[in-house]
Design a protein around this ligand. Structure first.
Ligand SMILES: NC(=O)c1ccc[n+]([C@@H]2O[C@H](COP(=O)([O-])OP(=O)(O)OC[C@H]3O[C@@H](n4cnc5c(N)ncnc54)[C@H](OP(=O)(O)O)[C@@H]3O)[C@@H](O)[C@H]2O)c1
Length: 297
């Protein structure tokens, strides 16, 4: 019997658990603040940002939203980041990626004060993570770890295959699972577009994480019985419905569900966790910046 991992329920628990940390900050006269910055007219990016702002309101985080014309010079975005870096009411800054083509996204990431980098993408935070003393874990990989923990899925001594090596999902997740820690201690294989025989690597795994961006790439033939399958992918594919599209993951749900011990649905799996962990990082950031113990690690 396959267990369907309920990301919405776990995310709700995480948000409920944040209440005591937000109360501790309120006792010190602080309301955590998250600034979202959008420099794009991509409808998906607009939706993501508005969902993040809604999440802030739900848990009692001050949401600040800045929109920059995608045709504006890159300096306008850099200046905005500088202003947010020095704003004491802003504890977390998230620049929605991708930004306009003429903007250097690496410069954007480097420009954010590392202590306000709640995405965890700044090189200082990446270095800390790799070295094993992380400050902010990137939201999606951290969300995957929290899902595994919520379902008592141990990673210690397990073979984990992560398909995808992006800086936002695959690489940080592989690093986290490799850490000498209770939620790490895995033997990790990372696959990418040049990997020879990805299926052999996924068949060898106790846990498969798909973060590829290719609809339904991982199918039932690529896993063995009782594999835990975490689907990070969110892909828009054409559909005969009102919107003209539907969302599918990187996993072929039907064939994998027949064999897997656990599977995350799309939507309703990793997505809500990413959003919850952004709130978590923002509250943690406020605690760090205002020297309040918010009891988040
Ligand atoms: N649920 C969420 O909250 C959430 C958050 C972030 C991303 N996502 C979704 O997760 C997916 C991945 O996102 P991303 O930002 O990590 O994507 P990305 O930056 O495009 O990276 C994709 C990775 O997959 C690898 N890849 C591509 N085709 C492959 C193949 N046939 N076999 C093996 N590896 C292959 C690429 O290899 P190379 O490095 O060699 O190019 C790359 O490392 C997307 O669908 C995205 O929308 C979801």
């Amino acid at each position: 019997m396959t267990t369907i991992i309920d990301g919405n329920a776990v995310a709700d628990d995480i948000k409920a658990d944040l209440e005591s940390s937000i109360d501790a900050l309120a006792d010190a006269g602080i309301k955590p603040g998250l600034a979202t910055v959008l420099m794009s007219d991509d409808p998906a990016s607009e939706t993501y940002v508005s969902m993040k702002q809604r999440d802030c309101e739900e848990v009692g985080i001050e949401g600040i939203h800045v929109e920059i014309d995608p045709d504006a010079p890159a300096e306008e975005l850099y200046d905005t980041i500088d202003d947010l870096n020095s704003d004491p009411e802003v504890h977390g800054i998230l620049v929605q990626m991708p930004v306009a083509d003429h903007v250097d996204d690496r410069e954007v990431i480097r420009r954010i004060d590392p202590v306000k980098d709640v995405d965890g993408f700044h090189p200082e935070n990446v270095g800390r993570l790799v070295a094993g003393h992380d400050r902010y874990r990137p939201c999606t990989p951290h969300g995957v770890q929290k899902l595994l923990e919520a379902y008592d899925i141990e990673t210690e001594g397990k073979d984990v295959t992560v398909v995808g090596r992006s800086n936002i999902v695959g690489k940080p997740l592989a690093n986290l699972l490799l850490q000498k820690a209770d939620d790490g201690n895995a033997t990790v294989t990372v696959c990418h577009s040049r990997t020879q025989d990805t299926a052999a690597k996924t068949r060898n795994a106790d846990i498969v994480v798909a973060a590829v961006g290719v609809p339904e790439l991982i199918d039932g033939d690529m896993i063995t019985e009782d594999t835990v399958v975490i689907d990070v992918g969110v892909n828009r594919v054409d559909a005969d419905n009102e919107k003209g599209y539907e969302l599918v993951g990187d996993v072929d749900y039907d064939s994998v569900e027949e064999k897997a011990s656990h599977i995350t649905p799309v939507p309703g799996g990793v997505g809500p966790m990413t959003r919850a962990m952004l709130l978590y990082n923002t509250v943690k950031a406020a605690g760090i910046q205002k020297d309040v113990d918010v009891d988040l690690h």
